[in-house]
Design a protein around this ligand. Structure first.
Ligand code: BV8
Ligand code: ZN
Length: 287
């Protein structure tokens, strides 16, 4: 297992089909809580338990407050250098050819729902270069009755939920929002749900992803993920199974040394732009 940047860049120069698989650690520097560690709790609840159809059926008021809070955090966040490095190589054939002259494809598959990887893209980006959002998007809503699916960036998403994003102090009563005051479908008036993939639901674009990961991909960059959630946690092994290379970017060691080809231990917002040799190519935020 090599950790030096030059050895990685030599592999990058030979790679033909490159995948970046991202998790919550990609957005940590942008202020989005990760699922494990301190981010795993929202108020006093385990985030993983709230991200399920059962939790929504049982207490839609609490689950919508959870997603409203995360929508507001994501809206206020700014894409970081790692988001921008991925966006640059996803959208600039010249930059991709400079660092990976043999690359025919370079695609991001993200487990994140925070929309930051899309916000990092130039506005002219074709849909074909957009990330594959395998767990959906927190700014998408779906109707629980009709087939409405829509992007919704309203803040707040509805008046009934306004103000609940503030973390309430221990002991204060939990706001109970009536069903009719939760987000409603503008087509049929039924209750809306967040357009994300909950635990126990099928992930999106899995056929397309499996085709990429099982056959084509010869280099996968695993960025900021604990690889505990399936099926995303299996993709790197699937690449290894046909002799593809695996590079991990994480602040902690997450894999046995002999299982990966490269392990960059450190914040991905620093290690990834450096490994991709685009540090001086990134447009600073706010311009
Ligand atoms: C499904 C959207 C079947 C919602 C999310 C085996 C096979 C298939 C399924 C399963 C299986 N075993 C178990 C299952 C069930 C389940 C599962 O995986 N459970 C886990 C808990 C064991 N999987 C599912 O239910 C999936 N569905 O397979 O359905 C099916 C098939 C057909 C028909 C019906 C059903 C669906 C899973 C999707 C769940 N939805 N998100 C929402 O966000 O609210 S998952 C959610 O949690 C995130 O999207 C993300 O994927 C996951 C969190 O994981 P990470 O991203 O890795 O984040 P984490 O906090 O864990 O780690 C952060 C990492 O970053 C850490 O390693 C940290 O060190 C690092 N880091 C931090 N800062 C930095 C950093 N690294 C670098 N730089 C930094 N600065
Ligand atoms: Zn509807």
């Amino acid at each position: 297992m090599a950790v030096d940047y030059d050895a990685f860049r030599a592999v990058l120069r030979e790679a033909k089909h490159i995948i970046v698989l991202a998790g919550a650690g990609l957005s940590a520097a942008s202020g989005i809580p990760t699922f494990r560690g301190s981010g795993g709790l929202w108020r006093t609840f385990d985030a993983i338990k709230l991200a399920s159809p059962e939790a929504f059926a049982d207490n839609p008021s609490r689950v919508w407050q959870f997603y409203h809070y995360r929508r507001e955090v994501a809206r206020a966040a700014v894409p970081n250098a790692a988001h921008k490095a991925i966006a640059l190589l996803s959208t600039s054939p010249e930059e991709l050819a400079r660092v990976a002259p043999c690359a025919q494809t370079f695609r991001l598959i993200t487990q994140n729902v925070d929309n930051l990887s899309i916000r990092a893209l130039p506005s002219s980006t074709p849909i074909s270069a957009y990330p594959i959002e395998m767990h959906g998007n927190i700014f998408r809503v779906m109707c629980t009755e009709c087939d409405l699916v829509a992007l919704n960036f309203d803040s707040p998403i509805c008046q009934g939920i306004a103000g609940t994003e503030a973390l309430f102090k221990d002991g204060e009563p939990e706001p109970q929002i009536e069903l009719e005051d939760l987000p409603r479908c503008q087509e049929c008036g039924a209750l809306l749900r967040p357009g994300v993939v909950w635990f126990g639901e099928a992930v999106e674009h899995l056929d397309e992803i499996n085709e990429m990961v099982e056959e084509l991909c010869d280099l996968i960059l695993v960025v900021g993920t604990s690889s505990t959630v399936m099926p995303a946690g299996m993709f790197a092994d699937m690449v290894k199974d046909h002799d593809g290379k695996v590079a991990v970017f994480n602040i902690e060691k997450t894999w046995a040394d002999d299982e990966v080809d490269f392990e960059f231990v450190g914040p991905c917002e620093e290690t990834l732009p450096r490994a991709l040799d685009v540090v001086d190519r990134l447009v600073p935020s706010g311009c």
